[in-house]
Design a protein around this ligand. Structure first.
Ligand SMILES: [Mn+2]
Length: 468
């Protein structure tokens, strides 16, 4: 059962600590993850610190392993605030930083750490950190506890939640504490909620482009394939252009919407998974009212994709600048990055589709060997995308690639129709620790980093745990 009282008490305790550090002019480093939830949560924390006059910096890193902890320690900040990271490394962080750190997170954590005053984790208070609270929402709760004015950071809370695909309520809606953050944003006049197709560029792009640019859910044959989308729609007599101008999805009549759904259904099929994929194409839209409607930041999901692209393309500074409100150089840079990011995704997916030997299915698990063609930072994007596709919806997807010369990085996701109850976060943690690596995460999405020599041992351990 959720215990909002206990959560607020812990948040107040954490905010008192932060206020004291700020007054004492301690140097605080916010350390966060590179994905959209990481960049949003790090930005919320950083923004709140700056607003109260604290001396703060922010840094995004792809993994919190021992190497990363050593590097952070050698920078000798007075205090470290981890967002979207750290719950699986509490003992190591304590050894490195003593009491001089705070974790604000929603990843699963070992129950013996739930009561720690310096861990503000959704799970400790009865909330499902996998589906109803993002790290960004946790950071937002801390920010609110510091200063009510921080309600204006609520859009970042839901951007992080959408980035982590927590829109898992009816009609792709946000639930739980994410919903509360959403309501704050609506109340403040910052966010509006409506219902429509969820394709990216719904109001700004030609219809076939909007469909091709949408990767969640992944539509085999259409996602990433602009020409195929154009052909599919033209062949069914869809009116794509009017008076020489491309129409967009927002302009479609009800009849046309129905027809569009039929065309899409013919691609993904009408089997159980196909119709589920189709049902995910329509849902709640969260618009950020103060953003330019012609930019991807106007739609909170597209905003999340933009941040993900920044993180995956090794430009976390650009993502953080955008989160903090920079709309000049950072924006043009980010728009360039998102194009390159989509190209990269498409290229990797094309290799997967053409070279059949890169995916090996073992029972309920699809193992993707991306050693030679998936960049380390892209593993999370690729695994998310595959698990959302009609093809792998009933599978656990396990993507593997190289991390430097001696390690391997794994990213795993459960498809929404996976037939069994498994906890990926736990499986990845145990399997990684079994071979001397680190791992963990959520029940539906988790990762691990292990020594390269333990490749087969690790994969076997994962497969065995999933089969149990
Ligand atoms: Mn997260």
């Amino acid at each position: 059962m959720p215990d909002p009282g206990a959560l607020n008490a812990r948040a107040s305790e954490a905010s008192r600590l932060i206020s004291r550090l700020s007054k004492e002019k301690k140097r605080i480093l916010v350390v966060t993850h590179i994905d959209a939830d990481g960049l949003s949560s790090g930005s919320i924390a950083f923004h709140a610190l700056l607003r109260m006059g604290a001396i703060a910096s922010v840094r995004a890193i792809p993994d919190l392993d021992m190497k990363a902890i050593d590097a952070l320690r050698s920078d000798q900040f007075d205090f470290y605030l981890f967002t979207d990271l750290g719950s699986g490394m509490i003992d190591q962080l304590t050894a490195a930083f003593g009491v001089n750190f705070l974790i604000v997170d929603h990843h699963q954590l070992p129950s013996e750490h739930a009561g720690r005053p310096n861990v503000l984790n959704a799970w400790s208070f009865g909330y499902d950190g996998g589906s109803e609270v993002s790290s960004s929402t946790m950071a937002y709760i801390l920010a609110l506890s510091l200063d009510e004015r921080n309600k204006d950071l609520s859009p970042s809370a839901i951007i992080g939640a959408l980035g982590d695909r927590q829109d898992s309520g009816p009609n792709r809606s946000l639930t739980g504490l994410n919903r509360k953050a959403l309501e704050d944003g609506v109340e403040k006049g910052l966010i509006t909620v409506s219902k429509d197709f969820l394709f990216h560029g719904r109001e700004t792009r030609p219809i076939h482009e909007a469909i091709a640019m949408t990767y969640t859910p992944y539509l085999t044959g259409l996602s990433g394939a602009k020409d195929a989308c154009l052909a599919a729609l033209s062949n069914t007599g869809f009116v794509l252009k009017e008076h020489g101008r491309w129409r967009n999805l927002a302009e479609l009549s009800d009849g046309e919407r129905q027809k569009l759904l039929e065309v899409l259904t013919s691609f993904v099929g009408t089997g159980g998974d196909g119709s589920m994929v189709i049902s995910e194409l329509i849902g709640e839209i969260y618009s950020l009212r103060y953003e330019d409607a012609l930019t991807p930041m106007h739609d909170a999901r597209e905003f999340a994709t933009l941040l993900n692209a920044c993180g995956r393309m090794d430009a976390t500074d650009v993502g953080i600048a955008i989160s903090l409100g920079d709309r000049d150089t950072a924006l043009s840079e980010a728009l360039k990055l998102i194009g390159e990011y989509r190209l990269k995704l498409n290229k990797a997916l094309q290799i997967l589709q053409t070279a059949g030997d890169r995916v090996a299915t073992h029972g309920d698990v699809a193992v993707v060997i991306g050693d030679e063609f998936i960049e380390e930072r892209m593993t999370g994007s690729i695994s998310s995308l595959l698990a959302s596709s009609d093809k792998y919806r009933d599978k656990m997807v396990l993507v593997r690639t190289r991390s430097g010369d001696t390690e391997l990085k794994f990213s795993s996701r459960l498809g929404a129709s996976f037939p069994k109850e498994v906890n990926l976060g736990l499986i990845m943690k145990q399997a990684a620790e079994f071979v001397g690596g680190v791992g963990g995460g959520h029940s539906m999405a988790a990762g691990a980093k292990i020594p390269m020599t333990k490749r087969d041992e690790f994969t076997r351990a994962v497969l065995q745990k999933v089969a149990e």
